[in-house]
Design a protein around this ligand. Structure first.
Ligand code: CA
Length: 234
């Protein structure tokens, strides 16, 4: 059965455009124009929803409220689309459990790519298998705690490895500063953003050809960091 996407967008023209693009890609799509309607569909639709694409500005509620509801009641990826381009809002949504965030206007190709990444991550999370990561010459083996660059082992400190592994587990998606600090250093250090600058600098120096122009360890200014999307397993 094809993946079922719930598309919550009150702009009817945009909803129809996105819906037909997603259907062309083989997704089953249910459109919805309000928060209340989306909740009803999530609860009662005969085909379970696999992913939600969520507009923030809805007529009956803020999309953020629907995100909170989904996080409480369902384990499925939520991709937020919004005309609000501010970093604070982005951070808040990612920390609230959005899997990804796209600012309008965005290309259909970008949306499709983000949907693939989000679905792949959820699939991996459900399988709970050990991950390995590879892009180009960079290979990360999370089980063996091993990082290879052009086939050569790279020596990382335990903290550097933890940070890299955290990013690798969500490769292709931005992880917020707060989330990284929480997972790598612990709750008492969530405000120490300078740790991240320091350790990302060290990782880039060890892994990137040109540390100032990273290919893999990418900065999302004001929001967090992202490891470039992994290649699908061969
Ligand atoms: Ca809207």
């Amino acid at each position: 059965m094809s993946m079922h996407v719930l598309l919550v967008e009150d702009d009817r023209a945009l909803r129809q455009t996105l819906q037909s693009a997603l259907e062309t890609e083989g997704y089953a799509v249910t459109g919805s124009g309000s928060c209340a309607d989306a909740m009803a569909l999530l609860t009662h639709h005969p085909q379970p929803v696999d992913l939600v694409v969520l507009d923030l500005g809805l007529p009956d509620a803020d999309g953020g409220d629907l995100l909170a509801w989904v996080r409480q009641h369902r384990s499925l990826p939520v991709l937020v689309i919004s005309a609000r381009p501010d970093d604070v809002g982005k951070v808040r949504l990612l920390d609230a459990g959005a899997d990804d965030y796209l600012v309008k206007p965005f290309s259909i190709q970008e949306l499709l790519a983000r949907i693939r990444v989000s679905l792949r991550h959820r699939g991996v999370a459900v399988q709970a298998t050990v991950l390995s990561y590879q892009v180009g010459a960079l290979q990360i083996d999370l089980a063996r705690h091993q990082v290879l660059l052009r086939g050569q082992g790279v020596r990382l400190t335990p903290t550097e490895f933890k940070l890299l592994a955290r990013l690798a587990r969500q490769a292709g998606q931005v992880v917020t500063h707060r989330q990284l600090l929480l997972d790598v250093w612990g709750a008492e250090h969530v405000d120490q953003v300078h740790y991240l600058r320091l350790y990302m600098g060290q990782l880039r120096a060890k892994l990137e050809a040109v540390a100032a122009e990273p290919q893999w360890l990418l900065t999302e200014p004001g929001v967090g960091y992202k490891l470039a999307e992994a290649l699908p397993p061969a």
